[in-house]
Write a protein that binds this ligand. Sequence first.
Ligand code: FEO
Length: 400
Amino acid sequence: MKRVTEITKGVHYVGANDRTTHRFEGLWPLPHGVSYNTYLIEDEKVALVDTIDAGFSERLLANIRGILGDRTVDYLIINHMEPDHSGAIHAVRQAYPGIRIVGNAKTLQMVEGYYGITENTLTVADGDTLQLGKRTLQFHFIPMVHWPETMVTLCAEEGLLFAGDAFGTFGTLDGGVTDVQLDAGCDTSKYWDEMVRYYANIVGKYGVPVQNAIKKLAPVLPLKVVCPTHGPVWTEHFPKVLDLYDRMSRWEPLERGVVIAYGSMYGNTEQTAERIARELAARGVTKIAMHNLTSSHASFVLRDIFKYSAVVLGSPTYNMELFPPVQALVEDIELRCIPSRVFACFGGFTWAGAAVKRLTAFAERAGWDLVAPGVEVKQGCTPANTDSCAILADAIVAKL
Ligand code: FEO
């Protein structure tokens, strides 16, 4: 019986699942875990594409030995140097002392900087090829997706691309490895929402380099198999993945819907959020994502801001500024350079209001479309505030 991990004849998945790390990059929660994907190509020469997080070195080596037995590995091709993929370099060199490290000049500088390795390397230029036997590998640089050294490796004979972080997603590979084996194409699959969250948080700032990469790779499309460093190996469902990455990298909303993200100290600002949501629902908006920023991690809020066409932010006034979690979200949004969204805001205060002023200024800085004056609530919500919420909802729905 063919191994599940043999993607095409002689091309194997040798990566591992991580279900115990709480925060990816020390920042992003992993409710569905993450996979670190590593690939092994058996030909007249044997090549390993990327390594793995240092904590999974032994598992990687066991997976390689399970396929190669006593045969050696000739090349280590490094598409991406972030340590979740390069952390096992020392372990791999120890197991295969003759292995030659293949990377571009920026990669090899990082190999030296991180790991002190300068020997037995091969520097490649954009478009260079490496013959393994029946297969030819070709290297295409895609800088800033999402590090400067990043490249992808194409095996044109098989229509197969080793894509680095491009087209990746959070979520472990439970049993299967390819999208078809995992039923990853179905609408309820965990991978789609996690792909948006992965993109929004990790790659989101780099939309222009992603667009450049998509244009650069256009001549080699369509591909049969795309092997990213995280998440399923894409086969049948790659067109959907490519479309999603294309739209996200243009910061284009994926769905008609509204994110309402707010802070609230004693529930009064939250009450305004609830009223706005009800007014939107009364006008037929069915996709409404509510986030109380004291309990929602920013990564899920940013995911929804990439996903939906309208954003409503609310905050109490705190020390004459925004409530700190709202301020943090505003900074997270600005860091990702999202050029446009339909926008409205609201704020609560007791004796002097600043929140609406700050959120209005944010919309102006970001170039977002402020559709109505911010709703300001002094102390408790009143029927008059409900009227303001209705006006705000009318203005949002008119722009959705
Ligand atoms: Fe999965 Fe940018 O490393």
